[in-house]
Design a protein around this ligand. Structure first.
Ligand code: 3H9
Length: 690
């Protein structure tokens, strides 16, 4: 008898309840429990219909992802679902929370589906580098038609109940909180009306019209080419849905299985499954248990209404939290406020929010030019100019103004948080909250833990991150913290390589092909070279471009020239500057190098720096470094991030290449002793955990 299944009969309806916390994932125990429930129901002659329902917070959230890559245990999900569909009495899935992946597939093997108004349905396998492998690609199009199925499955989005009802995924909605009763009543009605046993597999009308219509699929590919670039799963999903349109059900299902297994065994899906769990691990801090007390954060203050301060403010407004925004002058304040308003209005233009929501968000700001207005805030985040003197000055003031127990946070990207905290008499209340630009868009929030930062602050920051939709990663204090520190070395090597005669265009292309949205030089031109080079007196290609008033896309071009359509061509002026700076520094020009060498020279140092960050205990785990790079720098998720990617390349190969590069180009490439040790021991960077 399964301990996650209960079976009861109520007025002729057999109710199978599965309760397998936390999310009723369909692992082997749960699969067996479902089969056992059906056996019981079928063995009872009084059962005229079956309701399949889950306990806890959600209907089945899908296959158990922890089982992927391990030896299969029967029954497999497809076997179980084929078995359920042989039911001679009607089966009704009763859905609350979310029916996701294998969870929706189980529901699509039932004859009917009833859901709560707050429920959602989705096939999010694409986010794991997979496709729905238990009939989802064959069944969803049979209900919603091919175009809607293509959109829903390749996006993996969670379809809200009302839309799912309109699309026919759900047959009825229950009253919120009354799912069990309403599902039983629904089942009784089906029995009373002698309604047909509808098997989704037998429905042909919605797919038949797309038989042989390859142009529909090609148009979809073309429309989404940019979004799908580099990912393998979307193409396999399209092929599987095409098979649903062109082939009889069983043949389509066999094709789906074949495509599923190919993805499942591939590196991309392994990487994306790893990222799924890595993301959920970042908020777990070994010496700060989840039940560590937190401080209430209801009122927020932000100092600085520039690009960062404005973006930071928007995060809280979006979460419905009031923000007191402080600037030094009325003019700067007005400018910041108008940028925030413009950002919201642009979102409204794109249909992402209503005009009313825009007003609502903006109305949550209390603008001020008086630090004194921050006396009542629970959390105050400083986003002022990045110099130690200014930061310390701000924190000294805050120490006098902020109420007892207020959290004093710095958005510093590189500076020593402990020194900043030392300018107050309450270093236990000081923490780093490092947002990534644009702060209202980028999902990473580095939480910087100073020597004396209170444990309650860390737990509070972790929970706050979730509330404002950010992924938190904890970092100890060091220059650049995690993401900036490891990614800066890529920029340094890119700069070194152009002086050695490698074209910026080649570097950008190789990085783009690796899967980044753009290369380092395209990025600088976009952000503005004046912003990038700030604070350094060294003569560099970037500083020379700025000296010639070439600031990037915003003014006169940078490494590239731009035509009126923003089409870029490598700038002859930039090339001349590169040659001059190289000559002045006496850098030897090299013959052309290939793609693999460019990758090694740009990205192996990132891996190396990641190893150092781990060795020093700046990051808790290798997977945290990966999440920081993925969420803060758009490192392509299908590689798993630099640590996981390095493991797939082979640490011994990377360590030995770094040694060669160090011999040739100097210490910047010298492999960290930690990396060398791990390589020797056959360890994995992605599994390092302190
Ligand atoms: C699939 O179904 C393939 C089939 O088509 C074909 C098969 C042949 N498995 O996210 P949370 C854990 S692929 C194992 O923090 P929330 C999660 O790690 C699957 N574990 O909660 C966490 O553990 P911990 C398709 C899972 O309320 C805990 O549950 N389905 C699974 O913010 C709580 O999770 C999906 O991709 C799983 N499937 O969000 C859905 N799901 O506490 C994946 C969760 O130790 N899941 N866990 O850190 C989700 O999107 C969210 O978890 C959900 C709840 C929305 C359900």
């Amino acid at each position: 008898m399964s301990d996650v299944m209960t079976f009861e009969v109520e007025n002729g309806i057999g109710v199978i309840t599965i309760d397998s916390p936390p999310v009723n994932a369909l692992g082997v125990n749960t699969r067996r429990a479902v089969a056992e429930g059906f056996d019981k129901a079928w063995a009872d002659a009084s059962v005229k219909a079956i309701v399949l329902i889950c306990g806890g917070r959600t209907f089945f959230a899908g296959a158990d992802i922890t089982e992927f890559g391990k030896p299969p245990q029967p029954p497999s999900l497809p076997e179980l679902l084929t078995y359920l569909e042989t039911s001679q009495v009607p089966v009704i899935a009763a859905i609350h929370g979310a029916a996701l992946g294998g969870g929706l597939e189980i529901a699509l093997h039932c004859h009917y589906r009833i859901a709560t108004p707050s429920a959602k349905a989705g096939l999010p396998e694409v986010n794991l580098g997979l496709l729905p492998g238990a009939g989802g690609t064959q069944r969803l199009p049979r209900i919603v038609g091919v175009p809607a199925a293509l959109e829903i499955i390749t996006s993996g989005r969670h379809v809200p109940a009302k839309e799912a009802l309109d699309l026919g995924i759900f047959d009825a909605l229950a009253e919120e909180g009354k799912l069990r009763e309403d599902a039983i009543a629904f089942a009784q009605k089906i029995v009373a009306e002698n309604a047909p046993l509808i098997r989704v597999r037998d429905r042909q009308d919605r797919v038949e019209e797309y038989r042989g219509q390859s142009d529909v699929f090609d148009a979809f590919r073309k429309k989404n080419a940019r979004k799908f670039r580099g990912f393998k799963a979307p193409e396999s999903i399209i092929k599987a849905i095409e098979a649903a349109a062109n082939l009889p059900y069983d043949d389509g299902a066999a094709e789906e299985r074949r495509l599923f297994m190919a993805l499942h065994d591939g590196v991309q899906s392994q990487a994306q499954r790893y990222v799924f769990f890595a993301e959920r691990k970042t908020s777990k801090v070994p010496d700060v248990p989840k039940d560590t007390p937190t401080r209430a954060v209801n009122k927020v203050g932000v100092i600085g209404a520039g690009t960062m301060g404005g973006g930071i403010t928007m995060n809280f407004l979006n979460a419905g939290m009031p923000v007191t925004l402080v600037e030094q002058t009325q003019e700067a304040l007005d400018r910041g406020l108008s940028v925030i308003r413009r950002n919201y209005e642009n979102s409204a233009k794109k249909g992402r929010m209503t005009a009313e929501q825009v007003e609502q968000c903006v109305s949550l700001i209390s603008p001020s030019t008086d630090y004194g207005d921050l006396g009542d805030q629970d959390l105050i985040i400083e986003a002022v100019f990045e110099t130690m003197e200014i930061k310390k000055d701000v924190f000294t003031k805050l120490d006098q103004i902020a109420k007892d127990g207020a959290i004093l946070a710095s958005n510093t990207s590189y500076l020593d948080l402990d020194e900043i905290a030392g300018s107050t008499g309450r270093p236990q209340d000081v923490i780093g909250l490092h947002f990534f630009s644009p702060a209202n868009v980028m999902p990473l929030l580095e939480i910087v833990r100073g020597e004396k930062t209170g444990e309650d602050l860390i737990n509070t920051a972790m929970q706050l991150a979730k509330k404002i939709g950010k992924t938190p990663v904890l970092s100890r204090v060091c220059y650049g913290f995690i993401a900036n520190r490891v990614m800066t070395v890529r920029g340094k090597q890119a700069d070194a390589m152009i002086l050695q005669g490698v074209s910026p265009e080649d570097i950008d292309r190789v990085i783009y092909d690796y899967g980044f949205a753009m290369g380092p030089f395209q990025m600088r031109d976009l952000v503005g070279l004046d912003v990038i080079g700030r604070g350094s007196n060294e003569k560099t290609v970037a500083s020379e471009l700025v000296a010639r008033d070439r600031l990037g896309q915003k003014k006169n071009g940078g490494y590239y020239d731009y035509d009126e359509n923003r089409k870029a061509t490598l700038s002859p002026i930039a090339m001349e500057i590169i040659r001059d700076v190289a000559a002045e520094k006496g850098v030897k020009q090299e013959p052309q190098i290939d793609e693999e060498e460019i990758i090694a020279r740009l990205l192996y140092p990132v891996v190396n720096e990641g190893a150092r960050v781990l060795d020093e205990g700046v990051a808790i785990r290798g997977s945290d470094v990966d999440i920081a790079c993925i969420k803060g720098y758009n490192w392509p998720v299908y590689t798993g991030g630099p640590m996981f990617w390095a493991d797939t390349v082979g640490l011994d190969k990377i360590a030995s290449k770094l040694s060669d590069l160090a011999d040739q180009y100097g210490d910047a490439f010298a492999p960290s002793p930690f990396l060398v040790k791990l390589a020797k021991e056959g360890g994995r960077l992605s599994e390092v955990s302190s």
